[in-house]
Design a protein around this ligand. Sequence first.
Ligand code: GLV
Length: 397
Amino acid sequence: LDYRVTGLLNPLSIPNKLLTGPGPSNQHPEVSTALSAPLLGHLHPEFTKIMDDVKDGIRYFFQTNNDWSFAISGTGHCAMEAACMNLLEPGETVLVCRNGIWGDRFAELSRRLSLKPVLLSQPPGSVFTPEQLESALQQHRPSVVFVVHGESSTGTLQPLEHLGGVCRKHGALLLVDSVAAAGGAPLLTDDWLIDCVYTGSQKCLGCTPGLGLISFSEAARRKILSRKVPPPSFYLDASQLANYWGCRTTEPPDQPVSARRYHHTAPISLVYAAREALRLVAVEGLPAAWERHERAADKLRAGLQGRLGQRLFVSEPQDRAPTVTTIAVPEGVDWKAVVQHAMAKHSVEIAGGLGPTAGQVWRIGLMGLNATEAVAERVLAALEDSLKAVGVATPNL
Ligand code: GLV
């Protein structure tokens, strides 16, 4: 048999890198340990107990009492697709707030699902006001509004406090992508009247990539359960998943929860990993985690603007995400050479731009385990040396 397996005959060898791009971030050692625990079956009672812990952890992480809070067996992107195809039916209008790549991506998914996306656009690096949202709601009368909490392509943090009330007033559900913010910035799902929120496991949670965490409000749950046609994917069908995760899928609410049925085989080890990562969040406490992310980001921003003399891409300080910081690449500088030097000499990840910021920014993520002032200092030192290597003059060089 002539298969070329020469490389495969060597044991796996992985370099140790500081993952300070927009994700994945380095995972907690406890998460790595959980990944190597013995497998259980996907309906074994010991495993369904772990699933129940994960549901509790997701409710805490998103600050919600939503019954439908569970994990999707796929990345945050998969959770985005699940939210889109469950909350909306063909022909329905969705208002997509677009100020970076994720709004564009959601509009693309909507078109593929025969929905009617209408765009409310803001320039990359800025955020939406409740007034802008209200006038778009009046004009387009969508059934769902999609907004991004932490725009990882631009580095903005969308204020969400007042958007849910505006959506409710106009009969629309509020859907929030918090892949690059949840766990690193305040997110109060119930208080802020958010109807669906999702995130990925690999960013502020400090877990392995591959799980999406999602939660649906009662209004969202009712809309899904009264769909005229089932969602186009069986794998991502929220009511099937809710049953597998031991959530209530029948009315009226006082009926007993139906027995869990086989739907698909959950990625058992990833669910262990998420359980441990969510436990660590609960032990630290969300307010402490949010503050830690803010402190690390403050240290990074101060160093970038001060001793490195760089300009932050997001001009309004209150619009900057604590999780992903974007730096405008100075005129004439080879951004890729800086990225390559930081990795080759320091094993530090600094990412380039994405979507509308491609070629224009560097992106630094201080998320999860990496949201510390010590890591911020390590990234600053690596970037300073890399700028020097490509000949950029900075105040301190
Ligand atoms: C992924 O989320 C990215 O922003 O690169």
